[in-house]
Design a protein around this ligand. Structure first.
Ligand SMILES: [Zn+2]
Length: 352
């Protein structure tokens, strides 16, 4: 992967964007694509769009959600400890002892999620997980008053975990779910050559996916696409405790996942598989026997229905501050999507 691409991905990861607070990360996305697209804009919901070849015969929407899970300041007690609510699927197991950042109007301030030392825990409490409302953020303030000089109720909180290269082209970080999707949408837009396209491409960095696919719903309605493809992370099962009997056989580095099931148009699925085969692009298939928990779900049932696809990036430890993906899977997903878009003539039959 090129250095400017790594920098873009790093920048997306390091820019906090819990659902509802995506403004800054959308700037990162729009700056990256601005000079390579015909139009770029945002809507009132906060979705960011880049359009290539708007006069194309069919409209294709690509969606990657830029929001990440996080927390929000709910209540500050008299001692200055901050109680919080969760934004998206936060696992109470992993919070104690974590470093966090509270994003205030004066900038980000560090804090720690507090926890009673193991020595002082009753035997029965060692087996238990503290509920979210029993956990707090300690920013070092000594009173409510002192805390309120910096922090406002409703300020977002994120994990303080950066982007770290690991062995073998793998990287660790928070929020790969689904900033890799936004990354891939941005890079696909940058790769497209207008004279090779018959379709119009609307690349969207969607918001508020973690709260129920909300940005994909509004943006798909606005675009009214013929074809919509969501790009999101999916569970890798090549680590110790993920049951292949439940999620299939998906490994890091073996290529993007072309999901198959009722949420996916079968003709589009077949075409994606053919394009991967013809192009020598590695790919994996995951069976999704119901509506997926991704933007593809709402895109498919927009208006009178949309030809829908879903590309997954294998991800370990989803919704923790230590997610892991393989950069090669991202590169192969970009290649696959660019080839797919270039292959469209605008006269394809998609009705199953
Ligand atoms: Zn998620």
């Amino acid at each position: 992967m090129e250095k400017d691409q790594i920098d873009f991905l790093k920048n997306l990861i390091n820019t906090p964007s819990p659902s509802g607070f995506e403004e800054k990360v959308q700037q990162v996305f729009l700056e990256r694509i601005r000079d390579r697209v015909d139009q770029c804009y945002k809507d009132v919901h906060g979705n960011a769009f880049g359009v290539v070849n708007p006069e194309g015969k069919v409209k294709v929407m690509l969606a990657g959600h830029c929001d990440e899970i996080g927390m929000m300041v709910e209540y500050i007690n008299d001692q200055g400890y901050i109680y919080f609510s969760t934004v998206g699927g936060i696992d109470a197991h992993i919070l104690p002892g974590k470093r966090v950042l509270v994003h205030t109007s004066k900038g980000a301030i560090p804090g720690v999620i507090g926890k009673k030392p193991i020595h002082l825990l009753e035997e029965k409490d060692r087996q238990k997980v503290a509920k979210i409302e029993e956990q707090w953020v300690d920013i070092g303030a000594q009173s409510k008053e002192e805390a309120l000089k910096q922090v406002t109720v409703g300020d977002p909180i994120t994990f303080d975990a950066g982007f770290e290269p690991l062995l073998g082209g793998r990287v660790a970080g928070k929020g790969f779910d689904d900033k890799v999707g936004t990354f891939i949408v941005g890079e696909v837009l940058r790769c497209l050559e207008k004279d090779k396209l018959h379709c119009a491409v609307y690349g969207v960095s969607t918001v508020q996916e973690e709260l129920g696919l909300r940005g994909a719903k509004t943006s798909a309605f606005g675009i009214a696409p013929d074809i919509g493809i969501a790009i999101d992370v999916t569970f890798a099962s090549d680590c110790p405790d993920i049951d292949k009997r439940k999620v299939g056989e998906i490994a890091l580095g073996k290529g993007p996942v072309i999901s198959r099931g009722p949420n996916i148009n079968p003709r589009l699925w077949q075409r994606m598989v053919n394009i991967a085969k013809e192009g020598g692009i590695p790919y994996q298939v995951q069976a999704e026997s119901r509506a997926t928990g991704t933007d593809a779900n709402v895109i498919q049932i927009t208006r009178e229905g949309v030809v829908t696809g879903l590309i997954g990036i294998p991800n370990r430890y989803m919704h923790t501050p230590g997610e892991i993906v393989d950069l090669e899977d991202l590169e192969h997903a970009i290649k696959l999507l660019v080839r797919f878009l270039q292959s469209l003539e605008g006269n394809e039959e998609w009705i199953p």
